[in-house]
Design a protein around this ligand. Structure first.
Ligand code: GLC
Length: 553
């Protein structure tokens, strides 16, 4: 049985991973073909983003049938092969379950639209305001009002995301039973992990206007959320002690996360929260250009580390996923310190208390897409917000600059396997353009090179298994107010680990508050990294130091 605290999860966006049949879209067979690569990297779980039947308006997060594989991604036989082949390599699968909403193509929604009262109650239909406008002023996360009008009923249905993603009514016990049944279906197929998409939005509170915001305070971490999660746990995945779960928590609070992922709360194994990835937003407003606030980033990361530990709750720790730009472009350097900065960012995450997640290509230092034209984009959120910015009077070129930084498509360009055309991703035309830097950044040139970013990730994954301090240790920030160094200490029994990082290109001198006697470098992104005090940290330098003979506290 795997211990999720010493495990590493690798996220696959199958559409952009590997295309084996030349249609320009990756599929499950592509994942099977690359299992040896993933085994070599050393990861324990593969989280696959949704490959269920879907019209793909939100790339599969609009599910039309939770029990069938979309033919674009393969067949159930491919899925069974994937489970078996992964298992043979000691790798388990984590599926992505989207239960806040379904596609409007889902049979349930179609029946609801046809007027079947049983299925209408699976969704959230409401009368408009007396003036005929939507029931509340809530905003969709993808832009615009969150209610869509259905003339036949003279009612609106709620969609917190795209209008083709209708929110499910979790107040209805029949909906909750359906969901439990779907989870059990995939458990029977040998799935050992689940990621629950925006799961903290499922319990809606009051349906009233939000005069202070976009409505999120009425449904985020809503009134019955803990009850719903406990029930789902009890009725499905909680029956198999080997299964791990992670909840994607949108705009959540630490207080709630201590319960979602508390060791004894009977809800989930761990949570994703995103506050640390909003340090280059303006409040919750993502579609702006604001420099990243480093002190805020540290404060958020560190307070979550400490707060969750104090409540014996567990974090998922990560920089990247399919909804965020590439971290090396965001907080690192795409230029001469590309390699050093990518490795430094990896150290920061992988030495934290929590289960690290790697998003495909992160282990190669893949960068943002740098698209320059709307025709290169594919993401519904990017299109909607581009239009919103234009409607506000912003020039086209200014709107492009914002998309370039924040668009989700930055992370969705195809995986860069080798130097062949289209980076070896497809023999056809890729559904989204390959990043032109693939001749410099690709797996083939990195696997087996001891100095590569890939090898650095390999080393970090291995360290977590070799040194219990990484999985079990306490967390203590070091010199938290320092303007360019991100450093912390982990302690567990006889082991003490220091993770020290210069977050910037500018060299800096740093006084480590911990006496360094007895510590040795176990990993660094410079060949001759040495623990002297004070330290002269080079551009993006990262040092991981270990002492295994007792603590100096
Ligand atoms: C999550 C997914 C994102 C999707 C949204 C709606 O945030 O990660 O890709 O668009 O939920 O399902």
């Amino acid at each position: 049985m795997k211990d999720f605290k010493s495990s590493t999860v690798y996220q696959i966006y199958p559409k952009s991973f590997l295309d084996t049949n030349g249609d320009g879209l990756g599929e499950l067979q592509g994942v099977i073909d690359k299992l040896d690569y993933l085994k070599e990297l050393g990861v324990d779980y593969l989280w696959l983003t949704p490959f269920f039947v879907s019209p793909q308006n939100d790339n599969g997060y609009d599910v039309a049938d939770y029990r069938e594989i979309d033919p674009r991604y393969g067949t159930m036989a491919d899925f069974d092969d994937l489970v078996r082949e992964a298992d043979a390599r000691g790798i388990r699968l984590m599926l992505d379950m989207v239960f806040n909403h379904t596609s409007t193509q889902h049979r349930w929604f179609q029946k609801a639209l046809a007027g079947d009262p049983v299925y209408k109650d699976y969704y959230i239909f409401r009368k408009g305001k007396p003036d005929g406008g939507p029931p509340t002023n809530w905003e969709s996360k993808f832009g615009g009002n969150a209610w869509e009008y259905v003339p036949a009923f003279d009612e609106y249905y709620l969609h917190l995301f795209d209008k083709t993603q209708a929110d499910l009514n979790w107040e209805n016990p029949a909906v909750r039973r359906e969901v439990q049944d779907i989870v059990r279906f995939w458990m029977d197929k040998g799935v050992k992990g689940f990621r629950f998409d925006v799961i903290n939005l499922i319990s809606k509170g009051e349906f009233t206007d939000d005069n202070e915001g976009d409505g999120r305070r009425f449904y985020t971490d809503g009134p019955r959320i803990h009850e719903f999660l406990k029930e789902l746990n009890r009725e499905s995945f909680g029956r198999d002690a080997e299964i791990i779960t992670v909840g994607e928590m949108s705009s959540t609070s630490m207080e709630n996360c201590c319960d979602y992922a508390g060791a004894d709360s009977g809800e989930l194994s761990m949570v994703f929260s995103f506050h640390h990835l909003k340090v280059d937003f303006m409040g919750n407003e993502k579609w702006v250009l604001v420099p990243a606030d480093f002190l805020k980033l540290k404060n958020i990361l560190f307070s979550w580390q400490q707060g969750m530990a104090a409540h014996n709750a567990w974090n998922a720790v990560f920089w990247c996923n399919h909804d965020h730009p590439r971290v090396v472009s965001r907080f690192g350097d795409e230029g001469i310190y590309w390699k050093e900065s990518a490795k430094m960012l990896a150290s920061v995450i992988h030495c934290l208390r929590g289960t690290p997640y790697i998003y495909q290509g992160e282990e190669l230092g893949m960068t943002n897409a740098h698209f320059t034209d709307l025709s290169q984009y594919r993401d519904v959120e990017s299109f909607n917000h581009f239009q919103i910015l234009r409607d506000k009077g912003m020039s086209e070129s200014a709107a492009y600059e914002i998309l370039k930084v924040h668009s989700r498509d930055n992370s969705r360009t195809p995986m860069q396997w080798d130097e062949r055309e289209n980076a070896g991703f497809t023999a056809g035309t890729p559904w989204i353009s390959v990043n032109p830097n693939y001749r410099n950044i690709n797996a083939q040139s990195q696997v087996g090179d001891p100095d590569s970013i890939f090898s650095y990730y390999q080393a970090l994954i291995r360290l977590r298994k070799e040194h219990p301090v990484l999985a079990q240790g306490d967390f203590e920030p070091l010199d938290q107010e320092h303007p360019s160094v991100l450093a912390y200490r982990r302690d567990w029994q006889e082991e003490s680990l220091l993770c020290i990082n210069n977050f910037y290109r500018k060299p800096c001198r740093w006084n480590c508050p911990v006496p360094l006697e007895g510590y040795r470098v176990i990993l660094s992104n410079y060949p001759d990294g040495e623990p002297n005090n004070p330290m002269e940290l080079r551009p993006y330098e990262s040092l991981i130091l270990l002492r295994d003979g007792g603590s100096s506290k």
